[in-house]
Unconditional design. Sequence first.
Length: 259
Amino acid sequence: MMKPILSEDPWQQLKAFTAARIALGRVGTSLPTREILNFGAAHALARDAVHRPLNVELMLESLTKIGFETQYVRSQASSRAQYLLRPDFGRRLNQNDAQKLKANAAAPIDVLFVIGDGLSSIAVERHVMPLLNEVKRTAPNDWHMNTGIVATQARVALGDEIGELLQAKVVVMLIGERPGLSAPDSLGVYLTYAPKVGSNDAQRNCISNVRPEGLSYTDAAHKLLWLIKKAMQIQATGVVLKDESVAQNLAHHATNLIK
């Protein structure tokens, strides 16, 4: 009997549990044609996610509809090419927008939301509004959290300067993550207490891969609100704030079952 040209991978059944590029099979010493074509398509989607501009007007309109006071700002990166080549420019506001924010600062804000395009505007346009709807539905009524700043050519640290200028206790940066070949639309959520220019990654908490195929909007909102409450209690985020939201939720359900 002739040996088949296409050899299936013995891990084939595991593909039902992950979108990772495993069990691709082989044809001689190469990959099957379908996998080469799939790789090219995934690579094109990832490139599109990085370079596609955010629809700022639609995002501002959507935020306003659910009760946010909004404003649009830009980083010091003047173009997408410069943004990609100079990450430091994406971490600071351009001078004009920094002055406008400072002039418009009013009462201190408990929780400030900054929506940044990051490295995937697709992630922002798909997932920010469903997540914020869930957050607003379940957040405490006494929190002042109705300000939403939309930022383009933005890196995570841009939220620190915005939060400092607007006197926010906590800044939540919702930003498009670097696309993967199986996930061009992953949304990241970065939480920083007492944000200021110069804050580093050890001073923030991250909730990653927010999307229907990853962490659901409900679970992400639950984690985010738990972290915000805890951050306000201990007045810190980052390495000193451990995410115990899942463990406490399980303990709560176990207690109810015993009762």
